[in-house]
Design a binder for this molecule. Structure first.
Ligand code: SF4
Length: 443
């Protein structure tokens, strides 16, 4: 008997399994293998003048798989396998650099994500970055972000990370309590956080961000408040807070399924929202400004997040590595999602594209609209100029409904989300989707 049929319904607002966070539009489930021919066509054209180009490098290695993780990661690869993977990501970049759409352009931003980019040794990192820089220059990049797991950082490695040009270091702390880190399967402990943070500050990185998750397994209100306090004591340039979700391919979901449970063993959504509200209010009282549904920044004039802002404004992005997502000239695509197929396609001299979608003009408008709403405010003139038409009229009906619910305010200039709206932004975005996309699973 399936877990679905053997259990009582999950209580209202309980954290059930599934994806809550919206990272793109139209949903990935409508990207298809039969549309991959669009990718080559897009790459054979010339880019629209003035469109920024970003590079995303997926480093899919971790010391351990966290129980809530839904990313494509490997914990068992040898150094020889890692080397061949990194060589292939450079070969992948070589293929793009030969195409008219990319050749000769300079990167405006670079993002090393994962997985755990800081799992790489300094030598691996130098080899990878030298190989990529030879193909597409980073010398004018406004931002180079590098995600780190605190337990993988030594001062020596951080020097290497600085040397390749990283300007924005992002530390995946998630929680400061060792018990919570352990029961959620994190590899690092709190002692390593302080050490890594001190090294990073000592080396003078331009920006240091720390990530926290509200509502991990065993989190309590008291502990969450302590976490917020500790985060503030570190004085990072930005603090990013995600609300814990349990997608279907996580260890936690597998355990729920085996036990016939529909409710995840974490706080319900109301509680998680209240914890993030508390964090934002406390941060604001200490001089931080809330810059998006997930981020508070210490100095809004100085602290930027170019990768996020450019992507949400339709920048081109070449995503290298297994399962990576790209966006070139209006076509979205994702790479092969398993190790063997990714490497085999590159070895055969092909681009490793698995599925693609070229959205219509209306879908592109909706995509930018919903992604920018995550910043907490949008301006009508931006959309009217870029997409033509009248965004206020186009979205009048959902705006009216959401305004009545107290989730946003509409003015002559644009839309501002209330704090309630901001804290549940991912849940309200489907109100702006085309009807055929409203009920499909976001994978
Ligand atoms: S460190 Fe990040 S990518 Fe790696 S297993 Fe944990 S959540 Fe996943």
């Amino acid at each position: 008997m399936s877990a679905q049929s053997s259990s009582a319904p999950a209580p209202k607002d309980a954290t059930a399994a599934g994806n809550y966070f919206v990272s793109n539009y139209p949903p990935y489930s409508v990207w298809k293998p039969e549309f991959t021919a669009d990718v080559r066509k897009a790459l054979e054209r010339l880019p629209a003048p003035g469109t920024p180009l970003g590079i995303y490098v997926h480093v899919p290695f971790c010391r351990k798989r966290c129980h809530f993780c839904y990313f494509k990661v490997y914990t068992d690869k040898t150094s020889t396998e890692i080397k061949s993977y990194l060589d292939e990501t450079v070969h992948e970049m070589e293929q793009y650099a030969r195409m008219p759409f990319i050749g000769g352009r300079k990167a405006n931003f670079v993002y090393f994500g994962g997985g755990t980019p800081s799992y790489l040794s300094s030598e691996q990192l130098f080899e990878l970055s030298d190989g990529l820089k030879r193909l597409v220059s980073w010398d004018e990049a406004e931002e180079i972000t590098f995600e780190c797991e605190p337990g993988t950082l030594t001062e020596h490695k951080l020097r290497g990370i600085k040397k390749i040009g990283v300007t924005r270091l992002s530390l995946g702390i998630e929680n400061f309590d060792d018990h919570i880190l352990e029961v959620n399967g994190r590899a690092h402990r709190s002692k390593e956080v302080q050490r890594a943070y001190d090294f990073a500050r000592g080396l003078g990185f331009e920006q240091v961000n720390i990530d926290l998750i509200a509502g991990m397994v065993d989190e309590t209100e008291e502990n969450w408040k302590r976490c917020v306090e500790k985060a503030i004591e570190l004085e990072p340039d930005s603090i990013t807070i995600y609300q814990m979700e349990i997608p279907f391919n996580t260890t936690i979901y597998k355990e729920m399924k085996a036990q016939g449970k529909l409710t995840a063993p974490v706080a319900d959504w109301d509680t998680k929202r209240e914890w993030v509200r508390y964090a934002f209010e406390t941060l604001e009282a200490r001089g931080y400004a809330v810059a998006s549904a997930y981020t508070a920044v210490r100095d809004p004039k100085r602290t930027k997040f170019i990768y996020r802002d450019r992507l949400w404004q339709g920048a081109d992005l070449v995503g290298l590595g297994v399962a990576s997502f790209s966006h070139v000239g209006g076509t979205h695509f994702q790479n092969e999602t398993d190790w063997e197929s990714y490497l085999a396609r590159l070895n055969a001299g092909e681009l490793p594209t698995k599925r693609a979608l070229t959205p219509t003009a209306e879908e592109r408008l909706i995509r930018e609209w919903i992604l920018q709403l995550k910043l907490g405010r949008v301006q009508f003139t931006y959309f009217d100029r870029k997409f033509g038409g009248n965004a206020r009229e186009r979205f009048a009906e959902p705006l009216r409904r959401l305004e009545e619910q107290g989730l946003l305010k509409v003015s002559g200039e644009g839309v501002v989300l209330t704090r309630d709206g901001l804290l549940r932004v991912d849940g309200l975005l489907p109100n702006f989707y085309l009807p055929q996309h409203r009920d499909i699973r976001y994978v």
